[in-house]
Ligand binder design. Structure first.
Ligand SMILES: [Mn+2]
Length: 350
């Protein structure tokens, strides 16, 4: 447990009920957990508390998550990349801001400055290591859960309105929380705790259609993604003597396969299925930097590597960061030797 953890959710609904303008904010390059918890809370505030709220999102979401935002009240979701002024003013005029699935404002890209500057009361609900507790008035933080969706589920269950009866959750909230938990556990492959399965069980009993969720998330990809995946695994996957697998996706290859950024989600996990691989690193080129994803097997800290060498962090076994050129490496061609060198130091101390 991290920071000033307040694990009881009993006061949560009261905090939301006592204010007028509520804004929910999620991290940049939002994943299923960010959108699931954001949409889930939005529906809870609307349907259970009968109040309005606005979900602010810094940049586009992957297509396979768009079903989570169908059915939200008109005007209740603001994307910064589409509507920067309205998004920023919602944040600056808010009385209360709930930040989800991020441990600090600097995970939220374009929302960082408005979030930091806003005079609103700030609440954090998150499951990453090292929450920036000082920046928030109320912190719900626990790393021993699968996802922010699971932590939010626990908090909502403790509210008077829900009273530990999952069937009282709005159906859309239950669906969104199940979806976010499913993506953060990689469909129950990692970070599964007893509470995760208890949550899944209760939500299923409450009528959530998990088959439909799994279909939306994992069976709606474009052919291009699968072709690129095949190409990367065949031509680009390298494995160092230390058992570090890495793949580097440059811009030219992205445009050759006509791939958008969200479509590489999950690629980093694949090499971990190789027995001798203990860590997998995936780099995707952006403007002047690589976006870095790191995954590791038990006993190896993806978080330490990402913090030390990739300007990032996250969870023990799943972390992310950035590698800038020319600040960290002279040019983009130096990414591969950089990975080989720093992981060599990381594992062998040489
Ligand atoms: Mn998460």
């Amino acid at each position: 447990m991290e920071g000033k953890s307040i694990i009881s959710g009993t006061g949560f609904a009261g905090i939301l009920s006592g204010v007028r303008r509520i804004v929910i904010a999620v991290h940049s390059h939002p994943d299923g957990d960010a959108i699931g918890s954001g949409a889930g809370l939005l529906h809870f505030i609307g349907e259970t508390l009968g109040k309005e709220a606005v979900l602010t999102i810094p940049d586009p979401i992957p297509d396979n998550l768009s079903f989570l935002l169908e059915g939200v009240p008109h005007g209740s979701v603001l994307f910064h990349h589409e509507n920067p002024e309205e998004t920023v003013s919602a944040i600056s005029e808010a009385d209360l801001i709930v930040c989800l699935d991020m441990n600090a404002f600097n995970r939220s890209g374009a929302l960082e400055e408005p979030l930091a500057a806003s005079g609103a009361k700030k609440v954090l609900v998150d499951h990453h290591l090292n929450p920036d507790s000082g920046a928030f008035d109320i912190v719900f933080s626990d790393t021993r859960v699968s996802s922010t969706c699971e932590l939010l589920y626990r908090i909502l269950m403790e509210t008077e309105q829900i009273g530990h009866d999952a069937s009282r959750l709005p159906h859309a909230t239950a669906t969104a929380l199940m979806a976010g938990m499913t993506t953060d556990t990689n469909n129950f492959a990692n970070s599964v705790f007893p509470g995760t399965l208890a949550m899944a069980s209760a939500l299923l009993a409450a009528g959530v259609d998990r088959d439909a969720i799994v279909n939306e998330i994992y069976r709606t990809y474009r052919e291009n993604r699968i072709r690129l995946m095949g190409y990367l695994l065949d031509k680009r996957l390298c494995i160092t003597p230390c058992g570090v697998a890495y793949m580097i996706l440059d811009k030219e290859t992205m445009s050759r396969f006509r791939i958008t950024e969200g479509e590489t989600e999950g690629f980093v996990n694949i090499p971990l299925s190789i027995g001798r691989v203990r860590m997998s690193i995936f780099l995707r080129e952006d403007e002047g930097f690589f976006r870095v994803s790191v995954r590791s097997k038990e006993g190896t800290s993806a978080n330490s590597l990402a913090m030390k060498y990739f300007n990032g962090g996250g969870h023990e076994l799943a972390a992310g960061g950035k590698l800038f050129f020319p600040a960290d490496i002279p040019s983009r061609e130096d990414a591969a030797p950089y990975i080989v060198r720093v992981t060599g130091v990381f594992f062998e101390g040489k």
